[in-house]
Design a protein around this ligand. Sequence first.
Ligand SMILES: Cc1ncc(COP(=O)(O)O)c(C=O)c1O
Length: 452
Amino acid sequence: MERMITLDTQKMPKEWYNVLVDLPKPLEPPLNPATGKPLTPEDLSPLFPPALVEQEMAQERWIPTPQEVLEVYALWRPTPLYRALGLEKALNTPARIYYKYEGASPAGSHKPNTAVAQAYYNAQAGIRRLTTETGAGQWGSALAFATRFFNLECTVYMVRVSYNQKPYRRTMMEVWGGKVYPSPSDKTQTGRSILENDPENPGSLGIAISEAVEDAVTHEDTHYALGSVLNHVLLHQTVIGLEAKEQLAQVGDYPDVVIGCCGGGSNLGGIALPFMADKAAGKKVRLVAVEPKACPTLTKGAFTYDFGDTARMTPLLKMYTLGHSFMPPSIHAGGLRYHGDSPIISLLVKEGVMEATAHYQTEVFEAGLLFARTEGFIPAPETNHAIKAAVDEAIKAREEGKERVILFNFSGHGLLDLGSYDAFFKGELQDYELSEDEIRKALEELEKLAVR
Ligand SMILES: Cc1ncc(COP(=O)(O)O)c(C=O)c1O
């Protein structure tokens, strides 16, 4: 029985899969925040290069991956697919569990799959510097890494709570030449006005996005790069699922269920969307999103138009959201602390094509620990959410006495998240679950938005 299923370098996918052509219905258009009208490509040009704007709305099923991007991917791709034999044994399950190991990239997660592509297209368009936000530091480090290959500068606004919890992520970004500021920062109007009212503000992805966008739109030679949520980001991540499909075919398997943790939806989209065409053609495969109970966007949020950031600078997206002013509790899976979600993932959940589930952080760390002790790899706290759901599926298979093929995305390693494991060992991790009252309050802001 193969434990590590590799894919021949020659077989690395040379095209990304565009799910927009296989959605159950078209996405509702993003809206210009100033006019409330559907966004035009020109509206996006201060932020993104033309190629990415085109990809955001592309109508071709397959988009070629540029040779220059493939050459950088070749540093770590194709990534291995593992059969989780150790975990299966520990769970005494008849299920076959597979995980796609995205921790193999230089930055340690799936994020470079899109960072490299975005850096390439921006360099092609003559841009000199990219700005971005980062939660846990995974996305920021991915972009700092990617910009090296295309001679771009990189400025990262890092959510303050993660900046303090994960100092080595910052160092990593600096090793790759990135400039990192804790957000809210005094570098932007948005950051300064938040700090004035609340000097101890722990930050959120929503605030950090506002800062990065403000920095980009106020500098001619600078663009903004987003690590999740948008269609082009999920597009680039489909390389994960395309490879996994090929690898499973090599061992004669096909998943009953495909699982990914969900912050903005990019690694989940990456592993799950390539199965959408099969699903649309009638194949039985379940797709599952896993989020924290502390930030239950898909399971408790509203499906409506909302801003992607706190300062209302981004376009309005139709998505599941807890409201752009929602401040998630400071849980350790920093990458899952986002008020909104990808419009693609949101639509799939709304239409019942994808399921969503939410878990407490301690049960998620327990699952991660079991994984590390049976499979060896130490997962990122975000990844632990996917592991928890995979473990639950495997236990259910045992209880039902049924075979089941489970595929999940191992979105990143946790070697720079050991402080979180320490906190878990010391019993310091708290389980947050938002009360109905808190959710209602968070959503109240949305009521005031005119668009639905
Ligand atoms: C390791 C890891 N997994 C998952 C995520 C969540 O992001 P997304 O939902 O876009 O995959 C992050 C975000 O920072 C991450 O660092």
